[in-house]
Design a protein around this ligand. Sequence first.
Ligand code: X2X
Length: 284
Amino acid sequence: NIPVTHPSNIRVREAVDAIKRESGGKVDIQIYPNNQLGGDTDMLSQVRSGAIDIFPLSGLILQTLVPLAGINGLAFAFKDYATVWAAMDGELGAFVRAAVNKVNLHVFDRCLDNGYRNITSSTKPINTAADLKGFKIRVPVSPLWTSMFKALEAAPASINFSEVYSALQTKVVEGQENPLAIIEIAKFYEVQKYCSMTGHMWDGQWILANGKRWAALPADVQAVINKHVTEAVMKQRDDIRRLTDVVEAQLKAKGMVFNNPDKESFRDALSKAGFYKEWRGTFG
Ligand code: X2X
């Protein structure tokens, strides 16, 4: 769903080339970047029906189909990347993947890093939870995202990523939230002034494949694909780490104004609104 210059696209393209080479040309994967085949929720339908074979999607958007898949997006669940990868590459990830397999989707073992998400705005910096009252914010199409910003008394609008730039430009919404790498690569700095480093959740993409299509592949072909997908993901995670270190300065140079909000205020407001209690009920 993202521009060709994003590390996810770059590393997946390398994987596709390596898979073609190593399979002696038997596996020739075509990449359609940047929402060419529709927005995320469309593409999710397409990978289920078999119109698309492989599709990377945020666990939170996958939540429309597999409620548990959104669990990593619980606000402030992960204090750092060491905790993220221990969970996602460990038992939590395995638990989520088992749920995804039940809806006839294959899911690769390692997920891509999207990043910790921060709030941008064209109108004002967000310093505390109170600043979100009535704030018109785009969120991806996902129950957890909508629930979180409703609990914070903002006015969330579910919009696929394919439509976000224009929604910001035409001021249908005041703001959005995304990791720094995306804010840079999707050029949101052209239509947003403030970047508030809320780091309110960690988000990544599971690489999904149509279940029947995957099952029909010979084991040796599956092994070649698995190997190169894993390699691509590990490199992509490294790319995002390096990008995140430098991108803040680039965005500042482009005129964005940064602030470090009071994170506890968001956590407190969410607790008081019953957000964690509600999701404990759903996730178990
Ligand atoms: O839609 C978004 O905001 C994005 C690009 O971060 C996701 O894939 C969830």
